[in-house]
Design a protein. Structure first.
Length: 266
């Protein structure tokens, strides 16, 4: 199986003046990603609207099949690549911090609602999701979906590994001074659970938040295959199933587990 070529778009700071502004930037990133041979483009958490929304999130939220989804679907189909994007999802009276993955034909592949909410803004306005493992496949690679804080819990990443996830998509809006997450925790999660993690952050400032950047692709062998700095960037890199197979053969954490000893932990 060939490596899956992916693009990680670390978008600019500042709350977008409109979803249309975010979509214009997304189309530019999709064109560049497609020209570089990418089959998947991943953006950051709440990409369509920006993160620092406060109470305005109530008005900016839209359904999973809303106008934002339709626009992303057109972009995905136009450039022939899957697009993962974060947005505030409205479902009746509830609002979720969601990640949707559109396929290269412009049809939805997977949809995930953030399960672990972080900070006053999120716990005030969002409802936590209740589905821990959401997966799909792209070009023979099994993808899993998480959002930001979710990846900081070893249980969520291990659940994906045990379910067969090979590449875990984790858009984020990580603020300073928590650079330890992309620098240490994400590579450790990839190593201990033997999978790839695509961790895509915002950069710059929005309101009271200063985002850390440092988006990366962490590999199961403990290396970081690509790393952004503090500014806007588009990383194009690869998740190689052959490397994953070799790493899992050499590092037998998953096979050596003794779950009968861990039941009291959950």
């Amino acid at each position: 199986m060939n490596p899956l070529r992916i693009a990680l778009y670390q978008g600019p700071g500042g709350v977008p003046s409109s979803t249309a502004e975010s979509l214009d930037a997304l189309e530019t990133a999709a064109r560049r990603a497609a020209e570089a041979g990418a089959r998947l483009l991943l953006t950051n958490e709440l990409y369509l609207t920006g993160y620092a929304l406060g109470a305005s999130v109530v008005d900016r939220a839209e359904p999973a099949d809303g106008p934002g989804a339709e626009a992303v679907a057109r972009i995905a189909a136009a450039y022939g690549l899957a697009v993962g994007y974060g947005y505030p999802e409205r479902d009746g009276a509830r609002i979720f911090n969601s990640l949707q993955l559109m396929g290269p034909q412009g049809t939805p592949l997977a949809h995930y609602r953030k399960t672990h909410l972080f900070g006053d803004f999120e716990t005030t306005y969002f409802t936590p999701g209740d589905e821990a493992v959401v997966q799909t496949e792209l070009d023979g690679v099994r993808l899993g979906l998480l959002v930001c804080y979710d990846v900081e819990f070893p249980e969520t990443v291990r659940a994906h590994a045990l379910a067969g996830t090979e590449l875990l998509l984790a858009p984020t809006a990580l603020m300073r001074p928590y650079e330890i997450v992309p620098q240490t925790i994400v590579p450790a999660r990839a190593w201990e659970s033997q999978l790839y993690i695509a961790y895509v952050n915002r950069c710059g400032s929005e309101g009271e938040f200063a985002f850390a950047g440092l988006s990366c692709l962490a590999a199961p062998d403990g290396t970081v295959r690509a790393r952004a700095g503090a500014g806007e960037d588009l990383l194009v890199t690869e998740a190689d199933p052959a490397l994953l197979r070799r790493s899992r053969a050499e590092n037998t954490y998953l096979a050596d587990r003794r779950p009968e000893l861990y039941t009291r932990l959950v």
